[in-house]
Write a protein that binds this ligand. Sequence first.
Ligand code: MGD
Ligand code: MGD
Ligand code: SF4
Ligand code: MO
Length: 743
Amino acid sequence: MAIEKKFRICPLCEAGCGLEVYVEDGSVVKIRGDKNYPPSQGYICPKGAALKDLHEDPDLVRTPLIKENNSFREASWDEVFKLIEEKFLKIREEHGSNSIGAYLGNPNTHTMAGGLFLGPFLKSLKSKNLFTASTVDQMPKLAACGFMYGNPMRVPVPDINNTDFFVVFGANPLVSNGSLMSAPDMKKRIKKLKERGGKLAVIDPFKSATAEQADIYIPVNPGTDAVLLLSIINIFFRDNLVSLNQDQNLFKNFEELKKEAEEFTPEKAEQICGIEKDSIEILAKQIADTEKCSVYGRMGTCTVKYGAVTSWLIEAVNILAGNFDKKGGNLFPRPAHIPDGSLPKKGFKVHRFKSRVSGAGEVMGELPVSVMAEEMETQGEGQIKGFITIAGNPVIAVPESERLDKALDQLKFMVSVDYYINETTRHADVILPPASPLSHGHYDFFFHGLAVRNFASYSRPVIEKSDQEKDKWEILAKLILIMKNKGWQTPAQEIEKSMLNDIASQVIKGLGGEEKAGVTNEVLISMLNGEKGPERILDFLLRIGPYGDNFGLNPDGINLLKIIENNNYIDLGDLEPWCEKALLTPDSKIDIYPEDIKNSVKKLKKELKNSMEEKKNEFILIGRRHLRTNNSWMHNISSLSKNNRCTLFMNPADAQKIGIKNEDRVKVRTEVSEIIIPVEIKEQIKENVVSIPHGFGHDFEDIRMETARKNPGVNVNRIIPQKIDPVSGTSVLNGVSVKIKKC
Ligand SMILES: Nc1nc2c(c(=O)[nH]1)N[C@H]1C(S)=C(S)[C@@H](COP(=O)(O)OP(=O)(O)OC[C@H]3O[C@@H](n4cnc5c(=O)[nH]c(N)nc54)[C@H](O)[C@@H]3O)O[C@H]1N2
Ligand SMILES: Nc1nc2c(c(=O)[nH]1)N[C@H]1C(S)=C(S)[C@@H](COP(=O)(O)OP(=O)(O)OC[C@H]3O[C@@H](n4cnc5c(=O)[nH]c(N)nc54)[C@H](O)[C@@H]3O)O[C@H]1N2
Ligand code: SF4
Ligand SMILES: [Mo]
């Protein structure tokens, strides 16, 4: 049989590179970067090419599994769905709806099923005990954007293709390939920035691969970026550098922010942030003076003590320097599947309910992952007794992981939707494996909303799934049916139909009702393309979206078929200013100093007074990512696991101080636990700071990930305490005090 070349959007990270998948007789021969796909132009990282190995991994779970006598046996889909219905409905009947909790992991954002079916699934649980990886990740940024722009889905992204000064706080896009900024091949983009005379600044206690490229590098103390950003604002006001790109009336609380920043002088920041005052002055002036400047922050500004404050300040700096909603600055993407006017203009509220045990506040309908374990351990009404994880590995991903590991053991019934028997899913009573990622279509519902250029792209399934396999959307639809008491035997298509009907009803309502619109739900739905569930919903959303064909009313507009026929990609242009339309605050104004942030700023000020003194033998722990990893779950791929070492980086001066040589093993301790790890001595890490990558710790006997077990590493989350940024509920993963001793 001939080898066929098929197009696939890489589903592994936010960059969404275009892949050429060569298929022969139903098997993948090789995977290359697709030169003809405009966003990535042939770029691919080692993980993209390893999709083949993932697809063929002998350890992958390929049929549903049921645990019996402490080991898993294969089962049919009917058997597992019936069992889940029986167990979950009984738990819910006996203990109420909060007794069933759920955790959603990161890869959900990389599937169409995740984009469409998780909302209805979470709703069907009717539980307050919902958790996602967002609270070990980007929630502070989402919350800050929610407070300011009215909806956490309105995140301005750097116009990296047009900016002349790119200022990166706490992110390493050259390795992570970008986050909350979908932009494949950052290396090339940074090269182009420099070719047009632009500059790069990186603020990071670790001189990362990205920082190595920087024209200005500032090794800030971990967890102190909020103070640095406030001092930048202080300089802006002090030197009259504020120059808004919008009318000042668009903003509220302008004077309050100015007053608040007075205390945060560069002198103060110098002490706290451990950097020279002059470098702050230079940075502030260059941000203000560069016509097209984009300030951007990620993990190092989110998963810190003042995550929401820091994320807010990045927005504030962009606004004050006139770079908000401006070409070359930061702008809101306008994705093709979100119809204008479909998001409510009602602002954003947090902490609408609190967790049962420690009273942590809700954000975006979910509770902080750091309270997950206590909600399982603590008896009483609302205790989690049934649990479901979907595409997540919280035993590795979440702080105080040993505690969660134990808590999962106490559950009455646990279900995991996952490809692997890993550190988390080994606790499950039932594992439901979705079909290979290569066997479903792909459209980036999440990342088109974070992309540095507006476009719409779709890739068809590359491999046909077998009759025994189920698509992830079918699994989720079945779970929804079960939790809605509709019976596991009801066909998954019922959920798809009701979703299509809901969208159709809304459209028709928006047109003034059936009579005025002159169409019915059935007519609209019958016009859709795409043979599978999620595809038809996608087509619907694209047609009524901002560039849509409106079912023929706008003949030049787009739809799913047009994307496919246009080589899977339709360009929709550079990011453009549209903030007046994009804003979702009820009064159409931007609160430049939101109420929800103020308490945290007060606390920060108090801390300033007490100042931070160095403690003997104490180091500040931060995290890092390696190119050949993807959080915890791709360590089982041998092509990726080579040279992928889980070590502690330490500065040579520190190593000398405490008598440590390269490769020595050290004990790293916090109030929670301790781990033992080899040291790599690195010039690039700031003195008194150490770094350990996350995602490792595969030394469990009962996981089925043989390659990962050979190079297990240690799980840094065993020692990270469950502290959170109270505003956003997000864990403090960076800037953790640790004690280190030679073993
Ligand atoms: N190869 C690879 N790529 C990935 C992933 C992966 O696991 N591997 N994971 C994906 C996911 S889920 C995400 S969320 C993204 C994350 O994407 P990024 O945020 O770009 O990735 P990180 O490597 O976590 O970068 C954080 C940087 O912040 C620095 N830092 C730590 N603490 C501080 C601080 O207090 N202040 C400042 N200014 N800097 C600090 C660290 O030294 C590090 O260089 O990456 C995605 N891409
Ligand atoms: N200390 C520390 N901890 C961290 C971080 C850090 O920087 N430092 N980073 C945090 C961040 S940013 C993130 S996003 C989280 C990640 O945390 P999680 O999302 O909980 O963990 P992952 O390691 O991404 O595991 C993903 C799981 O999904 C499965 N999977 C993959 N694709 C699919 C799919 O299509 N369908 C289904 N059903 N399953 C699938 C994999 O087998 C794996 O079990 O970790 C967080 N934890
Ligand atoms: S950078 Fe991300 S999207 Fe691109 S090939 Fe690598 S893993 Fe896939
Ligand atoms: Mo993440």
